[in-house]
Design a binder for this molecule. Structure first.
Ligand code: R5P
Length: 289
């Protein structure tokens, strides 16, 4: 087995190769210094993969990472790899998982169809809707990123874990077992892509350190709304945690209400504090027996 990392996931790919004790294949991402003037991407594998089971690690966000994923998968196949396992730590284009109106692209299916062209199987992490896995014409599996957050939360010693909506309930329940802390949840209503509202609820958090656990932080609106509610009810400290930290738009400004932010390395950001390499390594060992 050898591990290849796309530029969106290099630290995680290297950590995964270390965790598995297998070689990491370096990639050149520029043909000339500065790259192509029109911004087209380029990849070249810098060591052989013929006859190897190759694990390609690349988050499919933002858009250039999608193109790079396809270039790498194709190069790996052309170089004679015997098996290709796609590890997509954060599955970008997972939001549109159904056709809500005639003529719409089902983006998650589009991605699944094209990933399956070169990959024999796909592993991704903590997806919003696990039904997406059935859109793949190859074996597709969700790996939980919550154990990584649970380890972080256990060390951080939060008094209470909070799911910002009922969708995150399954995540906070899993994290609570690992962190050995109680949990609660809020009822959230999404008004638009940027605005959410929570139903008032007494949380008994006066003087407590509370960690919010979610799958994704995008604009930070969901976490900020929950954090304001916690502070209003007397929480002494609010730690915002997520598996996938996108931090788009005004996220940093929105999240100033939090005392700390922690995300995993499925998406690299200044808030990446914990690696999911052990989780993917375990899943790959299970896959290969
Ligand atoms: C949605 O229900 C998800 O679990 C997240 O809560 C959501 O994607 C976060 O988005 P934002 O940070 O923009 O509120």
């Amino acid at each position: 087995m050898k591990v290849v990392g796309g530029s969106a996931s290099l630290p995680l790919a290297r950590a995964l190769a270390r965790e598995l004790g297998v070689p990491f294949v370096d990639v050149s991402f520029e043909k000339h210094a500065g790259g192509f003037p029109d911004g087209e991407q380029y990849v070249r594998l810098l060591s052989p993969v013929a006859g190897e089971h190759v694990v390609l690690v690349q988050t499919t966000h933002p858009d250039p990472a999608v193109v790079e994923y396809f270039l790498l998968a194709d190069a790996i196949r052309d170089a004679g790899a015997s098996r290709l396992t796609a590890v997509i730590p954060y599955f970008g284009y997972g939001r549109q998982d159904k056709r809500f109106a005639d003529g719409e692209a089902v983006s998650a299916k589009t991605m699944a169809k094209h990933i399956a062209l070169d990959a024999d199987e796909m592993l991704t992490m903590t997806i919003h809707n696990p039904d997406i896995l059935s859109l793949f014409p190859i074996r597709a599996r969700e790996v939980s990123g919550i154990p990584a957050l649970g380890r972080y939360l256990k060390a951080a010693g939060a008094d209470l874990l909070l799911a910002p909506d009922d969708g995150a309930l399954r995540l906070v329940q899993e994290a609570a077992v690992i962190a050995g802390a109680p949990y609660d949840y809020l009822d959230k209503e999404r008004l638009d892509s940027y605005t959410v509202r929570v139903t008032p609820k007494e949380l008994k958090v006066k003087g407590k350190s509370v960690a919010i656990v979610d799958d994704v932080i995008s604009t930070g609106g969901t976490i900020a709304t929950a954090a304001k509610e916690l502070k209003a009810q007397g929480a002494s400290r609010v730690l915002a945690t997520c598996v996938h930290g996108l931090f788009v738009g005004k996220a940093e400004e929105n999240l100033r209400v939090c005392d700390e932010i922690a995300a995993t390395d499925t998406v690299a950001s200044p808030h990446t504090k914990v690696s999911v390499a052990p989780e993917f390594a375990r899943a790959l060992r299970e896959l290969t027996g």
